[in-house]
Structure formats: structure tokens, C-alpha cells
Design a protein around this ligand. Structure first.
Ligand SMILES: [Zn+2]
Length: 409
């Protein structure tokens, strides 16, 4: 089969996850519907469904109208009985949420911390909140934790965290891995956002390659090709925020000069606004992610200077899109995080830049859109990290007749 990187022995597992994904997206469908959409035989689908029902992950739900007016049995994901915990760890805040595997949120809690706080104290608080949620949601299968990139995935630490050098010494894997019974998985925030778009995003046609372009306090991207994240040798691939767009530009903390992140992050946007339109910002100290809305509101209200700043930022985001298209040839680029809140103001300029700078045969085939996920794409993404593991390899998490999570695979 062409559409995967799976070993031949993983094929049954892959087919199971494809079936689960269809059920997740369509809520209710019949065995015949799934056979038609996957190209697998009815017999193969019946076998997969029997296994998934045995494990309690799929249930039958009444009858539904099928082809030629024949009735067939409706199938649904038994999503409510399986939870995952998603944790977004970001600069100055963390957020913990409980989701089911269809992406529905049950509860969430946001905590702010200060740049001067001791990282160990912040993480102890986070651990306590996670334990609390696990005590309440006993059927939790897995935990996903999203951290700012670049993140050394195998080693467990963040490589560069602008203005937060203390946190670069923290090893997330060591800190968390033996704390919980359900396995915990870590990804950098842009990869998490990409997984959220892949599993929970609203896309008209099946995607080959999805690029998630995170434009917030940091800038990064996550690439998913045929359902698999592009990671690189250390898990630090697709760090588009540290691609130089001006080789003679200011030095970045990563060592490079004129990195894209220095021009279009929410920190850059806030800095420009403080220089040019301070009267549009409130007096009290402001976090960059909150400042974006004041600047976009001023631009929408017709403030000429605000419009210029927003256009400038949109051009830089456009340059990022040009690089993403040339590097990864995606079907879709989804722009997310705090700067994307200015979507309607940004998109026309981004499109203009892409049209001017990308081979026409390429740019006409890539859709550029703003994330339409209803909530924070990184928290959603943290849940998607865990959901992805559960749905890609269901047998590791669900034993016959039991919903107990096994140890970390
Ligand atoms: Zn850099």
C-alpha cells in the first residue's frame, strides 16, 4: 500500500486507525459505508469492527438507511468512555484539559505563572493538577503535553525559549515519565497544532500533506504527510521560525540572524505597536498574545498606522508561507495561534505575497486558511498528541474487555 510508512506487519493496525478516523469524522456510519471509503472488503471491515467492539471502542447504534433503501446497522465511536488529557505548556501559562477521543472537551484549567518563578515549583503545580484530573477521569488512556519548540523530542528539553533561559535546563521527559499510569507523549507546540488540524480540523477533501503554521509568541510549523508527523533526526524539523529572512538582520537567540520569528511573532507585533501606536494599547503591562487583539481592533476601526503594521506582519507571514510551499508542497497551510486572530486582515496580503513569489502551478493548488478550530489549537493539539497515539495504535491502549491503559509503548 502506497499511502503509509508502516511496516507490512503494521497493516492491520493501520487499517484499524483508518476505520476509527472515519468513525470519528462522520459520527455514525455503516460497515458498507466504511468499506466504500477505505476500499477494503466488507469482510475485512467486519473483522476490524468486531475487534474494536470487543475492545469497547466502537458501539452499534440502531439502524440507518443504506443503499437501495436497505437498512444497515449504524456504528459509532464509543468516544465518551475513553478520555485523554492534553497539557499546553507555554511561556507564562499552562493549561490542562480533559477530552474524549473525538475531541470533545470535558474540563479545562488555565494557570498563569511568572517568568521569575522557579521552574520546579511551576511544574509541581502542573503535576498536581494533572493528578487531580486523573483521579476524576479514571478511564484516561494517554496524556499529551505540548511544549514550545524547538524541542529535542528524544532528550526532552526545549532548545531555545526566547527570554526564558531557565526553562531550557528542564527535562520534561525525566520530570513526567514515571508520574502517571497512562503513558505520556511530548511534542513541540506546532506539531501539536498540526495533529489537532489533522484529527479535528474541518477539511473538505482528504489531505496528503498538511502544514500548520503557528504564529504566536513563537513562530513554528508542523508538517503531517499521509498521517505522519515530519520530525527529523532529533524531532526539531520544520522550525520555520528560525529560517533567516534577512541574513544581515538582528541576532536571534538561536544563533542565526534575521529569523522569521523576529518579524512576525506576537512579540514583534506588540513591539511595533508600542513604537508606533502606543495610544491604541492599554496602560497596564500586556502579554503579547492579548495585545494582538487591540492592534487588530485598531486596524479594523480604520487606524492607518495600525493597518500598516498589520500589513507588514502579514507580508512576513506570507514569506513564511512561500517557504512552507517550496519546502513541503502542502495541500493546505493552516495558520493558527494568537496572530491568526487577525485572519480577515492578514489573508489578502498573505495570498498576494504567495501569488507573487511562488510558481503559479504550485500556489494555485495550495489552500491557505486560518484555523477554524473553536478553541486554542495548542491545547487541542496536546489532546491530539495523545489521541493520535491511541488511534494509530489502538491495540497498545485497549486490551480485550478492558479500558486500562498499558505502560508506555
Ligand atoms: Zn532564530
Amino acid at each position: 500500500m502506497r499511502n503509509s510508512f508502516y511496516k507490512k506487519s503494521d497493516l492491520p493496525e493501520m487499517n484499524r486507525s483508518v476505520v476509527i478516523k472515519i468513525l470519528q469524522q462522520q459520527e455514525i456510519c455503516s460497515r458498507a459505508d466504511i468499506a466504500r471509503q477505505t476500499g477494503l472488503t466488507q469482510a475485512a471491515i467486519s473483522k476490524i469492527i468486531a475487534t474494536l467492539m470487543d475492545r469497547g471502542i466502537v458501539v452499534e447504534k440502531g439502524s440507518m438507511k443504506g443503499n437501495a433503501n436497505r437498512r444497515s446497522i449504524g456504528l459509532m465511536l464509543n468516544s465518551g468512555s475513553h478520555q485523554v488529557i492534553g497539557v499546553k505548556f507555554a511561556r507564562e501559562m499552562f493549561e490542562v484539559g480533559v477530552f474524549d477521543i473525538s475531541g470533545k472537551i470535558y474540563t479545562q484549567k488555565k494557570t498563569r505563572y511568572s517568568l521569575n518563578d522557579d521552574p520546579n515549583a511551576v511544574l509541581s503545580d502542573l503535576l498536581e493538577q494533572m493528578h487531580e484530573m486523573l483521579r476524576e477521569y479514571k478511564n484516561t488512556l494517554a496524556i499529551g503535553l505540548a511544549v514550545p519548540g524547538p524541542y529535542f523530542r528524544e532528550e526532552g528539553h526545549i532548545a531555545v525559549l526566547t527570554k526564558l533561559p531557565n526553562w531550557q535546563k528542564v527535562n520534561f521527559i525525566q520530570k513526567f515519565k514515571d508520574e502517571f499510569v497512562p503513558p505520556i507523549f511530548f511534542e513541540q507546540d506546532a506539531n501539536a497544532g498540526a495533529l489537532a488540524e489533522w484529527w479535528f480540523g474541518n477539511h473538505a477533501q482528504p489531505l496528503h500533506t498538511l502544514a500548520y503554521f503557528l504564529v504566536g509568541e513563537g513562530v513554528g510549523s508542523g508538517i503531517i504527510e499521509r498521517g505522519n508527523l515530519l520530525l527529523g533526526a532529533q524531532g526539531v524539523a520544520s522550525e520555520i521560525g528560525h529560517i533567516s529572512i534577512d541574513v544581515a538582520g538582528p541576532r536571534c537567540e538561536c544563533g542565526n540572524f534575521g529569523c522569521l520569528e523576529q518579524y512576525c511573532s506576537s512579540l514583534a507585533l506588540l513591539q511595533r505597536a508600542q513604537q508606533c501606536i502606543p495610544h491604541c494599547l492599554p496602560q497596564e503591562p500586556l502579554k503579547a498574545c492579548d495585545a494582538c487583539n487591540y492592534i487588530f481592533d485598531a486596524a479594523r476601526a480604520g487606524n492607518q498606522k495600525a493597518r500598516e503594521i498589520v500589513r507588514e506582519i502579514a507580508e512576513y507571514i506570507g514569506y513564511g508561507c512561500v517557504t512552507l510551499i517550496n519546502a513541503y508542497n502542502p495541500d493546505v497551510i493552516v495558520i493558527g495561534d494568537s496572530v491568526s486572530q487577525g485572519g480577515d486582515l492578514l489573508l489578502p496580503t498573505i495570498q498576494e505575497v504567495v501569488e507573487q513569489r511562488v510558481v503559479s502551478e504550485l500556489h494555485s493548488r495550495v489552500q491557505i486558511k486560518i484555523s477554524d478550530l473553536k478553541m486554542d489549537s495548542t491545547l487541542y493539539g496536546a489532546a491530539a498528541i495523545a489521541t493520535d497515539k491511541v488511534l494509530q495504535l489502538p491495540s497498545l491502549f485497549l486490551t480485550n474487555g478492558s479500558k486500562q491503559a498499558r505502560k508506555n509503548p
